[in-house]
Ligand binder design. Sequence first.
Ligand code: ACO
Length: 338
Amino acid sequence: MDFMQDIIARAKSNRQRIVLPEGTEERTLKAADRLINDGIADIILIGKPEKINLLAEEWKLANISKATIVDPQNHAKKKIYADLLFQLRQKKGMTPEKAAILVEDPLFLGCLMIKAGDADGEIAGAQNTTGNVLRPALQIIKTAPGISCVSGAFIMFTKTPQYGKDGVLVFADCAVMPNPNAQELASIAIATADTARNLIGMEPKVAMLSFSTKGSASHEMVDKVTEATRLAKQMAPELCIDGELQADAAIVEKVAAQKAPGSEVAGKANVLVFPTLEVGNIAYKLVQRMGNAEAVGPILQGMAAPVNDLSRGCSVDDVYKMVAIACNQSITLKAAKQ
Ligand code: ACO
């Protein structure tokens, strides 16, 4: 897992401020303790300070005293954040009264802290559904400049070194867009290639997956993938991308030689882009469970600041890694702004 070690080292070298809205959740609090101890990030916990301190004592988490704790109902910037929420969302029907209530919701508060420049990224989802974590982020933080569509990638550390880069592949979209159109699918492909390059230093070879390889089947679902491939090539001419490819043609050299001879990607793909969320979500879970792969994510791509969702089945280690990943994303986004 050298990739993860690099991610952790990069986070340590340029400490970012990460807000954890589920501040009283056990795995979150235990990960926060380790993150502070290891100097990975400056941690902001949202929750009642008395409760957080009591839990930290019960679980013997000595480093929690070094976290910043924000009580969602009672803190100095509550009115400022409520005004900010009203300003940002008034055209969408937000009223000062609604904003005064929503600002106490830790998931909204975390995003407002980021928008106000008081935090660099957020990790949540150990207690909340993906939709509830994503909605305030999409409404408040919004997409990065030039990006129209947020999606979710997984780094898959598989036990099959013959595929991808020594068994490591990036899968997307596995978390956000239920049914992207061709334009959206093209931007998911480009964002996923960026994630592979920026986060794990992998030179992306992107396969646009379908149930057809190079015209072996004809259907409107195949047409969407070929059109997305064409658009992605237009949007990022330097990108090594090919489609439509079946999964075996994408990753198995022998099959690629037969089904897609001459392709720069087929047989060597390390980034797999799925045509819909159903396929991506099911595929990553099957590879994770049946193939015994480690799935790190979902890493949200395309957001103006990093907000990463956790599975409700996550471990302390998952929270720890997702914070380190958010720190790396923040460092990259800040560098791109300069
Ligand atoms: N990219 C950019 N912006 C988006 C996206 C997107 N992918 N999706 C929605 N938005 C924007 C909308 O334009 C809207 O902006 P506006 O209010 O300023 O106009 C805002 O986000 C909210 O949109 P809504 O339509 O209110 O939100 P919606 O109900 O569509 O929810 C959500 C968006 C939560 C992402 C939804 O598509 C969803 O639930 N996706 C599936 C999530 C999921 O369950 N994943 C599987 C589990 S994850 C796992 O297993 C790892």
